[in-house]
Design a protein around this ligand. Structure first.
Ligand SMILES: [Zn+2]
Length: 169
């Protein structure tokens, strides 16, 4: 966790006065939902969805270290969309950070998979990989008991199902 709390001034410094004011209004309107927070090296990363003007939701995230914003990203046009060098200094980032300041309990602690895996012992990781390989082999067999036409693209896990392989001669 960051050693000092994020101040409203730090948020204003990051996005500028105009976006700070608009973000504050958005935060007041409860525009932020689905908040997550997880540890990253030297700080925390917060991420959420924010209701948007040109899309139902924008994805917004920011990294906070030692009371300062060090990075942010937003999928809105101002935040830079999906440009890799986008700086993400927009009202949605302000809304995200101000919401997190005011209602930290709305942000569910999430494990960074990289951190989770790094904490595990080698033997444990080996077991996990073996279990996954085993499951993948089983799924390949099960796929054969299915008619490919039955795949429902609306099912939540349809993309996890392997493409049916041609029958072995
Ligand atoms: Zn934005």
């Amino acid at each position: 966790m960051s050693s000092s709390p994020l101040t409203a001034e730090a948020v204003r410094d990051w996005v500028g006065g105009t976006y700070y004011d608009r973000g504050k209004a958005l935060a007041g309107d409860r525009a932020i939902s689905g908040g997550r927070v997880y540890d990253v090296s030297g700080g925390v990363r917060v991420a959420a969805r924010c209701t948007g003007t040109y899309a139902p939701f924008y994805r917004v995230a920011a990294t906070v270290a030692d009371g300062r914003v060090t990075a942010s990203a937003c999928t809105c046009p101002v935040g830079g969309g999906t440009e890799p060098d986008a700086e993400g200094r927009c009202k949605h980032v302000a809304a995200l950070l101000l919401t997190w300041r005011k209602r930290p309990d709305d942000f569910i602690p999430d494990e960074n998979p990289r951190v989770t895996l790094a904490r595990r012992f080698k033997e444990e990781l080996a077991e996990m990989v073996l279990a996954l390989l085993n499951r993948s082999a089983q799924t390949d067999e099960e796929a054969w008991e299915h008619d490919p036409e039955e795949y429902d693209p609306d099912a939540a896990d349809w993309y996890l199902a392997p493409d049916p392989a041609p029958p072995k001669a």
